[in-house]
Design a protein around this ligand. Structure first.
Ligand code: NAI
Ligand code: MG
Length: 513
């Protein structure tokens, strides 16, 4: 499949393209030490469409050395040099992403399985917006001065942390790439990034654009590879100063343990969710609430950490709402990501497909009722990992489907009688990533916006995000926030300088008389 360091990729739209297949280390495409390859599948066809190289601990170490050297090089001209230079390079990269938007969207639709339209109008514009937003911050990072110790010039300086390990998932491969590199590069850090096993392709293309934009060698390094090897090597590494991770709560916990056991590298985690979407009887339109609820669980085939997977509906409208919601669910067009008529593509990988089907089985075993869906429809779809959107009713406290992130087109409906009960059910899981509240009462919304324990609360809408607005989780949904101004702090050390104006003598000066 192509030369040593390239791979030809059969896109889902019928076109064949060539991408780099190596690891990107110190500004060059290189083979991993062991030369092992990883098959890349198209989830819509269950066919191998490319081969990329799989890096492991040795390669991560080479990438860390390059990142360290780039951080220390030329009197630290990257992280401590001109912020306008970093902004210029990031803006150039954002422009290159826009110029390649159609290609990147086709790569993402092929490798991830999301619809081409959603990649073209959502993910890829999100990538360039995020990079551009953080480019704007590069020269706006300022400290404070303090007058509290008379006779001193006391001030804070914000400095880059150093070498950052970044481990990204497969649900929004390109967008998560941007969320990670934006704040890290704007603040002058250097990066060793690892992609998810099943979705390396858009990262390989963006790395090529990073090269074209002209970033200094070693500032950004990419290691495609597996979690337990390359990913674990990042978490364990003694010379990585900070690790940022998006993925499961299980793996996040493990990364934090490894950080603790190695060099106490700083950790930010964006983890799972089991987000409640609460529909009150006073909504203006049951139909519109149902449309939002469909988007809440259906976007990206439910492979979204904020997916509104627990629908909580006030008893007074439960019957009518459920009827409307199930009818809309049955209208979802499951099919080829490149077919303009498709609203839902396949799940991302065979392993994940099996896992989601397993949760459906579990819910049935626990006594829930399948109101619609729940079917493996791969055989009428070229063997791709297609599942019919699934709605469960008769779901009761203690059912495993209420506690566990399914990460697929699977939603459960519960009912409640009072606002207090809704809040109690909403807050009853280990997670706290997001929530939706639908009501026509502004006072009720304001009251509940403070009572829901989640990092994002949507009112009368769902699943909208922006690079300018903080994003992250309460409880076991994560540590820290991405996006917005606050995310800059994930990549900055605060240094306090307390400088003697020349007139303060040591309190021990008496010793010398
Ligand atoms: P995962 O958390 O294992 O994988 C995410 C990333 O972590 C991948 O790049 C993977 O290679 C890496 N990784 C895995 N083990 C690692 C280790 N020991 N050290 C360092 N890095 C490691 O998640 P997975 O297995 O892909 O999916 C399992 C579940 O996780 C999903 O069903 C879903 O519930 C959840 N998930 C949540 C995401 C989110 O956006 N919060 C994204 C992806 C998955
Ligand atoms: Mg794939």
């Amino acid at each position: 499949m192509g030369s040593d360091l390239t791979t030809s990729v059969q896109l889902g739209n019928g076109k064949t393209i060539t991408l780099p297949s190596g690891l990107y280390i110190n500004g060059e495409w290189v083979k991993p030490a062991k030369g092992v390859t990883l098959d890349v599948y198209n989830p819509a066809t269950n066919k191998v469409i490319a081969q990329v190289y799989e890096g492991d601990a040795e390669d991560v170490d080479a990438a860390v050395k390059a990142a360290r050297a780039a951080f220390e090089k030329d009197d630290r001209s990257w992280g401590f040099g001109s912020p306008q230079n970093r902004a210029k390079l990031l803006n150039k990269l954002a422009d290159l992403v826009d110029e390649n938007a159609e290609l990147l969207s086709a790569i993402e639709a092929t490798d991830q399985g999301k619809t081409y339209t959603s990649a073209l109008y959502g993910d890829i514009p999100g990538v360039s917006q995020t990079i551009r937003y953080y480019a704007g911050w590069a020269d706006k990072i300022t400290g404070k001065t303090y007058n509290s110790i008379p006779g001193t010039f006391s001030h804070t300086r914000y400095e880059p942390i150093g070498v950052c390990g970044q481990i990204i998932p497969w649900n929004f491969p390109a967008l998560m790439f941007a969320w990670k590199i934006g704040p890290a590069l704007a603040t002058g850090n250097t990066i060793v990034m690892k992609t998810a096993e099943t979705t390396p392709l858009s990262a390989l293309k963006i790395a090529e654009l990073i090269h074209e934009a002209g970033f200094p060698p070693g500032v950004f390094n990419l290691v495609t590879g597996r979690g337990p090897t390359a990913g674990q090597a990042i978490a364990d590494h003694m010379d990585i100063d900070k690790v940022a991770f998006t993925g499961s709560t299980f793996t996040g916990r493990r990364i934090m343990e490894s950080a603790a056991k190695s060099n106490l590298k700083k950790v930010t985690l964006e983890l799972g969710g089991k987000s409640p979407n609460i529909i009150f009887g006073d909504v203006k339109s049951i139909k519109e609430a149902a449309e939002w609820a469909i988007f809440a669980i259906g976007a990206n085939v439910g492979q979204v950490c904020t997916a509104g997977s627990r629908l909580l509906v006030e008893e007074t409208i439960a019957e009518e709402f459920t009827k409307e919601f199930v009818a809309l669910t049955e209208k979802i067009k499951v099919g080829d990501p490149f077919d303009a008529g498709s609203t839902q593509g396949p799940l991302n990988s065979e392993g994940h497909f099996e896992k989601v089907k397993g949760w459906i089985k579990t819910a049935v075993e626990d006594g829930a009722t399948v109101a619609t869906g729940g079917k493996d429809i791969s055989s009428n779809n070229n063997g791709g990992y297609f599942l019919s959107p699934t709605v469960f009713t008769n779901v009761k406290a203690g059912h495993r489907i209420l506690e566990n992130e399914v990460f697929g087109p699977v939603v459960s409906i519960q009912t409640f009688k009072t606002e207090e009960e809704a809040v109690e059910i909403a807050n009853s899981t280990q997670y706290g990533l997001a929530a939706g509240i639908f009501s026509d009462s502004a006072t009720r919304l304001n009251r509940l916006n403070t009572k829901i324990r989640a990092g994002t609360v949507w009112n009368n809408m769902y699943n909208f995000a922006s690079p300018t607005i903080p994003f992250g989780g309460y409880k076991q949904s994560g540590i820290g926030r991405e996006n917005g101004e606050v995310a800059l702090l994930n990549y900055l050390e605060v240094k306090s300088v307390i400088a003697n104006g020349g007139e303060i003598r040591s309190p021990f000066a008496g010793l010398s008389g």
